[in-house]
Design a protein around this ligand. Structure first.
Ligand code: NAD
Length: 243
């Protein structure tokens, strides 16, 4: 499929997991893709630019460099994110601010730097990587769930604000996806293999979501195939939200 032929995309957090799968898929479908990440080591044909979504100057420099290299920007995938464990009492103020700075304000920082370029595009789309944590009431994920709830609300607000400028804004809500993120959680378990088996058994489909499945949903929402869709959240969660 070449539905992204001629389109230019930026994917944040694109050096790993869901972001890397999405960047790779967009490139396979014909897009020119620049990845922003803390350590932007990415395979060709992707181009990596070092950027920290918590640092406004870093974001503005990276967006300027990407726009120069690509000759414009049509698609923005706001995917960079970090996790946190624990109930509402578990994290101090510093941790709340740290998670929100990446997951929520990071989306706003990159978006406001990219918007002038999207306004000049004929196929402008933003896709935010949210989470089923925004809607499903996951235990032991208070600060993370709150941050993704904010991303969901921000997605709807941005969709309303920019629809008349021809910019669509949607999000994907992955369930537990098999990425290095989950690998890091399993690695600290006493018995990672047993923990993985238990995690899979808890999934309604008996397996984790794949990064490629989430990437396909991102690509759909980023492409002209979803040209009349804005302000939606597409769950890719193996049925988790229906539990
Ligand atoms: P990952 O850890 O494999 O990838 C996240 C990437 O974001 C990394 O490359 C990391 O370097 C980058 N990143 C982190 N902080 C950054 C910063 N300040 N500036 C720039 N880049 C930064 O994780 P993943 O599982 O691929 O997660 C990607 C997104 O998917 C996140 O937003 C996450 O919340 C969301 N998500 C993941 C799952 C899951 O189960 N894996 C489920 C729901 C939602």
């Amino acid at each position: 499929m070449t539905d992204f032929a001629g389109l230019r995309a930026v994917v944040t957090g694109g050096a790993s997991g869901i972001g890397l799968a999405a960047a790779t898929l967009l490139a396979e479908r014909g897009a020119q893709v620049v990845v922003f990440d803390l350590k932007p080591d990415v395979p060709e044909p992707l181009t990596g630019i070092a950027a920290d979504v918590t640092d406004d100057a870093s974001v503005r420099d990276a967006v300027a460099a990407a726009a120069l290299q690509l000759g414009g920007i049509d698609v923005l995938v706001n995917n960079a994110g970090i996790g946190a464990q624990g109930n509402v009492t578990a994290n101090d103020d510093e941790e709340w601010h740290r998670v929100f700075d990446v997951n929520v304000v990071g989306v706003a920082r990159v978006t406001r730097a990219v918007l002038p370029h999207l306004r000049r595009s004929k196929a402008a789309a933003i896709v935010n990587t949210c989470s089923i944590a925004a809607t499903a009431g996951l235990p032991n994920r208070a600060v993370y769930s709150a941050s993704k709830g904010a991303v969901l609300a921000l997605t709807m607000a941005m969709a309303a604000d920019h629809v008349r400028e021809g910019i669509r804004v949607n999000c994907v809500n992955p369930g537990t996806a098999d990425t290095p993120w989950v690998g890091r959680l399993l690695d600290v378990a006493a018995d990672p293999a047993a923990e993985r088996a238990a995690l899979e058994a808890r999934q309604p489909m008996g397996r984790l979501v794949t990064a490629e499945e989430v990437a396909n949903a991102i690509a759909y929402l980023a492409s002209p195939l979803s040209g009349s869709t804005t302000g939606t959240a597409l769950a890719v969660d193996g049925g988790m939200q229906n539990l």
